[in-house]
Design a protein around this ligand. Structure first.
Ligand code: 5GP
Ligand code: MN
Length: 327
């Protein structure tokens, strides 16, 4: 026990298909712990986009799907597991069962609504723009802002930048801007980070976006809803890889008058859906009710094991209930 107290075995994990906030908060915490002389392991449930691979510490991340046994051992033997940027164990796929079974103490750091409560300790509020902002708060609470270096700052800045959609979402508060400003003072290079994430698309990804917008976009006028449904054949045709469809759902909402934008993608294991809404349409409630999902009020996701055509039909049926809200 003393050994564990002196040298705790720490795992940091985050949601499947990590985005910049999931990976940025994890590596921000990882690099911060390293500064304290504490070695941790970041274990992700799946792979993630190439546009995140510049993050300091990324080369030490362990992908559960690739290194199942090693990941399972680390989780089983851990004293402490940090669970970042997710509110329910099913968000980390098969890793969820292992985390649940581990005798480690679990710390949730998250900003999603309604955490299911598997953790022992929690740093949680929906008032934070991002989990990366919460990691900054944690470091500040510890009195360690002086320890933040360019590496920590770059990871956290990436999470704040992307989870606020470049400081656009209503979750962006004066505090978010102050945190971002401090991260810039600590050496994060905003232009470099922006470029690495947003100006770093493959040619096929760019053509895929064009194809979806010109050929696949449906406007459901009665519901002020934009819908894009992409089948497996199209994903193959454009050589779509992890991360390539990120952001695509936002285009629908940039059309004047649209209240809801939906993307349905035919992934091999399931049909994955993304919802973005404006004003009073509760995207998370809708995702939870019909598509086994959840998320934030205006940005949510879900999935279905049914065939693509059935999922599309089910969606078109389900929004009928929300006609008044969408008009
Ligand atoms: P995205 O559309 O970018 O995949 O996800 C948008 C938001 O919805 C994210 O904040 C994520 O936490 C949440 N989300 C996405 N997919 C799911 C899901 O299958 N279940 C739940 N509970 N939340 C999801
Ligand atoms: Mn997040």
């Amino acid at each position: 026990m003393l050994e564990a107290a002196v040298k705790p075995r720490i795992v940091i994990t985050t949601h499947h298909k990590p985005d910049a906030d999931a990976l940025g908060s994890s590596l921000g915490l990882y690099n911060y712990l390293a500064k304290l002389g504490i070695q941790a392991n970041v274990v992700t449930p799946t792979d993630y986009g190439d546009f995140l691979k510049w993050m300091p510490g990324e080369n030490s991340v362990i992908n559960f799907e690739e290194f199942e046994e090693k990941s399972a051992d680390l989780v089983a033997d851990a004293d402490l597991i940090f669970c970042l940027d997710f509110n329910a164990l099913k968000r980390i796929n098969n890793l969820g069962k292992l985390v649940e079974q581990s005798r480690a103490e679990k710390v949730l750091i998250d900003h999603h609504l309604e955490p299911e409560g598997f953790e022992d300790y929690r740093l949680w509020t929906t008032k934070a723009s991002s989990t990366s902002e919460l990691i900054f708060w944690l470091i500040e609470l510890m009195g360690h802002v002086s320890l933040i270096d360019e590496e920590i700052a770059s990871c956290l800045y990436a999470g704040v930048l992307t989870d606020t959609a470049s400081f656009k979402h209503p979750s962006t508060t004066p505090t978010t801007h102050r945190v971002a400003a401090m991260l810039l003072e600590k050496g994060a290079k905003s232009n470099r980070i922006y470029e690495a994430i947003y100006d770093n698309y493959s040619e096929s990804r760019t053509r895929f976006i064009g194809y979806c917008l010109s050929q696949k976009l449906q406007i459901l006028k009665e519901y002020n809803t934009a819908l894009i449904v992409v089948n497996a054949e199209e994903l193959k045709q454009f050589q779509i890889i992890t991360g390539d469809s990120e952001g695509l759902v936002n285009y629908g909402l940039s059309i004047t008058g649209m209240k809801l934008s939906v993307l349905i993608i035919d992934r091999t294991v399931a049909r994955k859906m993304s919802f973005r809404s404006r004003d009073t349409f509760p995207a998370n409630e809708f995702a939870r009710k019909y598509f086994n999902g959840g998320g934030h009020f205006n940005a949510a996701g879900g999935e279905s094991g049914e065939a693509l055509e059935l999922v599309e039909a089910k969606f078109k049926e389900a929004i009928k209930e929300y006609k008044n809200l969408l008009n």
